[in-house]
Design a protein around this ligand. Structure first.
Ligand SMILES: C[S@@+](CC[C@H](N)C(=O)[O-])C[C@H]1O[C@@H](n2cnc3c(N)ncnc32)[C@H](O)[C@@H]1O
Length: 217
């Protein structure tokens, strides 16, 4: 079983006690349907090394394996969509980094197990880019980076026409505090309150994420 405590000091300073796997699974079973929906969004706001996010990713990949392992392009497309909807933030930089690497390794092991030498580096690059953009080093209480004091910015990823992704960046603070809203019509034509993006990006192919600086971190 993985260690739940790294050091006494980290427990005292940051309340860092990791949740064990059995509890993670039991808690996620309470929202089982959502954990198995490929594009459902999960944010772990004090993610540590990603115990909840790792299990969510595994469950989503189980569904993708069942449905799409006969078509590599479909498997890749849905895996990138699954990854794009997984978010985390932690106040300790090493935790955020460990979480990114852990999630990437889960993806990579599962990808390699299914497609072996047919795996494409550009799919791995897109996955790595998304973990870099979605798993952030930040303080979830004041919504800033603890060192730079810059606001935490999360990216929303939406699938368009199958293979394209739309990125919109939002300030975490406004997503949580529900300020700076304006009314829009949602897909069903009903009025909906949404937060104003601070940046809107051109569509990008799901295998081109991180290819150039138009999709900067
Ligand atoms: C109890 S651990 C839980 C970690 C993980 N969610 C789990 O269940 O295994 C708490 C985590 O919150 C982080 N943390 C503490 N204060 C925080 C804050 N203000 N903003 C973001 N993360 C914070 C710690 O670094 C630690 O990784």
């Amino acid at each position: 079983m993985a260690e739940q405590v790294k050091s006494k000091k980290r427990v005292t300073d940051h309340g860092e006690v990791f949740t064990n796997e059995r509890e993670v699974k039991a808690m996620l079973d309470l929202v089982k349907h959502e954990t198995e929906r490929i594009d459902s969004r999960f944010l772990e706001p004090a993610c540590g090394n990603g115990n909840f996010l790792a299990e969510v990713l595994q469950r989503k990949l189980n569904v993708i394996d069942q449905r799409y392992s006969k078509s590599q392009i479909e498997w890749e497309r849905y895996a990138i969509l699954a990854i794009s909807s997984i978010y985390g933030v932690d106040i300790l930089e090493d935790n955020a980094q460990e979480c990114r690497e852990r999630l990437f390794n889960i993806f990579d092991e599962r990808y390699t197990a299914v497609f072996r030498d047919k795996c494409q580096d550009e799919c791995r690059r897109s996955a790595k880019f998304l973990f870099g953009r979605n798993i952030l080093w930040g303080d979830a209480l004041d919504f800033t980076n603890p060192e730079t004091k810059q606001p935490i910015i999360f990216s929303e990823w939406g699938a368009v026409n199958g293979s394209m992704l739309k990125r919109r960046d939002y300030m975490f603070k406004f997503l949580v505090q529900q300020t700076h809203q304006f009314s829009m019509f949602n897909d069903e034509g009903n009025a909906a309150a949404i937060d104003e993006p601070i940046k809107d990006y051109p569509l990008v192919h799901f295998l081109k994420l991180g290819e150039d600086d138009t999709n900067q971190l």
